[in-house]
Design a protein around this ligand. Structure first.
Ligand code: A3P
Length: 316
């Protein structure tokens, strides 16, 4: 029998048994298959522990995104919106000296990847956390509390091209571009299948619009101030007319823009959670996929996503 077949549930595992459980999972390259999703193996310990131990607070804000859809950008935006009253002097803003992933930490990679259960109760409210977890893998307390979830998705072609560069730059694949593309189309990508990640949050957001906000990278790019207001309203900290008159929305957008963040010393070198920090800022544009995908590849993704998103109201 495989060691953890039907006999032992993951939530019964002791921390020492997690390693055995993780190595019993099917793998593909750097990924392990867990409950229908492909999770980066290095995140698995954190994911198991987070699922089991994380206790949501009513005022928490959880950013849940698939990788390469603009997570870094949204982290900067959410941090700036939520903490704007404490950071009126933009010349001293924490984003100037901290990578957005430090200000909005990954729960699995940052806190739950060790054996001890972290104490996160000392974080001032509202706590702003993130992970790449699909909806079905969220800790029960996140699903059941009144905490807010912000999800971001992006056109799958740009997501794939961004993922490819990221994997290459960080030595996370030995596969060819074509091989990685085929895997992506089969759903084998970190925290994928990508379409299931997007669809699950989308469907939940239709049922619980007060709890889950789904944003699209391309729309955020096209109408940034409209979306900033929408996010602030959703998080129940809307911009006052005084803040709007003072130009605070534009200030935050400028501070969080690709050009601005990309040029900061803190984002140019070093590593963040074992990722090259500079690899988080590549181009930051819509439509770069045309420079990489053949017409056949483009059609293949169109066909897959048209079928998966059919009748859902989602566009790819
Ligand atoms: P590209 O590779 O297409 O340039 P994630 O943060 O989820 O890893 O996503 C990375 C993608 O978001 C990269 O896309 C990156 O360049 C882009 N990005 C990073 N910061 C951004 C910003 N401030 N504004 C817009 N896009 C940004």
């Amino acid at each position: 029998d495989p060691p953890f077949s039907d006999h032992l549930q993951e939530d019964e595992l002791t921390p020492d048994q997690n390693g055995d459980f993780i190595s019993s999972l099917p793998t593909a390259g750097f990924l392990s298959q867990y409950r229908g999703f492909w999770i980066t193996t290095r995140s698995m310990q954190g994911v198991l522990s987070l699922q089991k131990h994380f206790q949501a607070q009513e005022t928490d804000i959880q950013m849940m995104t698939p990788p390469k859809v603009g997570t870094t950008w949204l982290k900067a935006i959410l941090f700036a919106i939520v903490n704007r009253k404490h950071n009126l002097d933009l010349q001293k803003h924490p984003l100037l000296t901290n990578n957005p992933h430090i200000l909005v930490p990954y729960l699995d990679l940052h806190f739950y990847n060790q054996k001890e259960v972290p104490d996160l109760t000392f974080f001032p409210s509202p706590r702003l956390f993130s992970a790449h977890l699909p909806y079905t893998l969220l800790p029960t307390s996140v699903k059941h509390s009144t905490c807010k979830i912000v999800h971001l998705y992006r056109n799958p072609k740009d997501t794939f091209v961004s993922l490819w560069h990221f994997l290459k730059n960080n030595g996370r694949t030995t596969d060819s571009f074509e091989g990685t593309f085929d895997e992506f189309c089969q759903g084998v990508s970190s925290f994928g299948p990508y379409w299931d990640h997007v669809l699950n949050y989308w469907k939940e957001s239709l049922e619980k619009p007060q709890k889950i906000l789904c944003l699209r990278y391309e729309e955020l790019k096209e109408q940034p101030s409209t979306h900033l207001k929408k996010i602030a309203e959703f998080l129940e900290c809307p911009f006052s007319s005084e803040e709007e008159t003072k130009g605070m929305i534009n200030d935050i957008l400028r501070l969080c823009s690709f050009d601005y963040l990309n040029k900061l010393e803190v984002n140019k070198s070093g590593t963040t959670h074992n990722m090259k920090t500079e690899s988080l800022f590549r181009l930051g544009e819509v439509g770069d996929w045309v420079n990489y995908l053949t017409p056949q590849m483009s059609k293949k993704l169109d066909d897959i996503f048209k079928e998966k998103f059919h009748g859902t109201g989602l566009t790819c």
